[in-house]
Design a binder for this molecule. Structure first.
Ligand code: NAP
Length: 285
């Protein structure tokens, strides 16, 4: 199928870490993104308000899907994807998670692969992206970036390694899948080219900015107590505990070939992200 440059491509989570970059890359390449979110973007879209779904789909042939990150995500994605197909959408690209796929295979409770299944079964061409932890979390995800800003990152990841992915690479794969041929029916596991401990990652970022941030590994119990004291809801505390435990236990360090398979090039190294981080962190002269 040919994706026209004038028909809008709907980008859910269009103001978030990934969607924002997908929308700007689409625009750079001459396509017409329609960034959707609750509070800003080109169109208002709210997973919990179904009256916003249909207007967002007007004239759309391809959708980048970011789910609601709630326990209702699979059901909502299924309903929305079916509506999209009924309204003429032919291509769906889902932002999923490699950790969820790994945890599901280990028998974690909950239906972590429900969102992927919902999109595969909707009746359109689909591509699933399963990234590892985003490098950009160090600056853009408060449970991590708040510690970086405060000068001490406290997490229950021990000396476990993570093959951090640069969100710019996820966005490039998403744009390829939304606009190009040969990606339908593919599940791309996306990692960076190197697995780092969090101590090493924080060290690289500290060296890049010249501002020392300390890394303090916490036990799961200590971390849960800190999150609870900050008022995080129990289900979020449970999820963070499982995801960070996965890293601590050394199960998140594999290198994946999805960027090479989708784009024909190697993924960006963490050092490249450290350069970007330093530019954003340091006040311009
Ligand atoms: N962070 C990681 O390291 C990582 C790793 C692997 C996979 N993932 C996956 O990435 C996804 C999150 O993507 P992201 O980190 O790019 O997003 P994000 O930065 O968390 O931003 C969320 C986006 O969704 C919008 N949004 C939030 N609630 C919404 C709702 N109820 N209805 C409509 N829009 C809503 C937000 O805008 P408004 O608030 O204005 O609506 C924003 O645009 C999740 O599925 C996660 O599992 C993340």
């Amino acid at each position: 199928m040919t994706i026209s440059t004038t028909a809008p491509i709907l980008v859910l989570g269009g103001t978030g870490k990934t969607g924002r970059r997908v929308a700007s890359l689409l625009a750079e390449r001459g396509f017409t993104p329609r960034a959707a979110a609750r509070s800003a973007g080109d169109v208002r879209f709210d997973w919990t308000d179904r009256s916003t779904w249909e207007p967002a789909l007007e004239g759309v042939r391809a959708v980048f899907l970011v789910d609601s990150q709630t326990w209702d995500a699979a059901e909502e994605l299924g309903a929305f994807s079916r509506l999209a197909v009924a309204r003429g959408v032919e291509r769906l690209v889902l932002l999923a998670s490699r950790a969820y796929a790994e945890l599901d295979a280990l028998g974690s409770p909950g239906d972590l692969l429900g969102p992927e299944r919902a999109v595969r079964e909707a009746g359109a061409e689909w591509t699933v992206l399963r990234p590892t932890w985003f490098s950009q979390n160090f600056a853009e995800f408060p449970p991590v970036s708040d510690g970086m800003a405060a000068g001490e990152l406290r997490l229950p990841v021990g000396e476990g390694r993570e093959s951090f992915i640069d969100v710019r690479d996820i966005a490039e794969v998403a744009v390829a899948a939304l606009t190009g041929d040969g990606h339908a029916g593919e599940t791309y596991e996306l990692s960076g080219p190197r697995a780092l401990t969090w101590r090493e990652a924080v060290g690289e970022l500290s060296r890049a900015t010249g501002r020392e941030v300390r890394f303090t590994p916490l036990s799961d119990q200590e971390y849960r107590a800190e999150l609870a004291a900050q008022g995080w809801p129990e289900d979020v505390v449970d999820l963070f505990s499982v995801v960070f435990g996965h890293i601590r236990e050394g199960r998140s360090d594999a290198l994946s070939d999805g960027v090479r398979r989708a784009l024909g090039r190697e993924p960006r190294d963490f050092a490249e992200y450290a350069g970007e981080y330093a530019k954003e962190a340091l006040p311009s002269a």
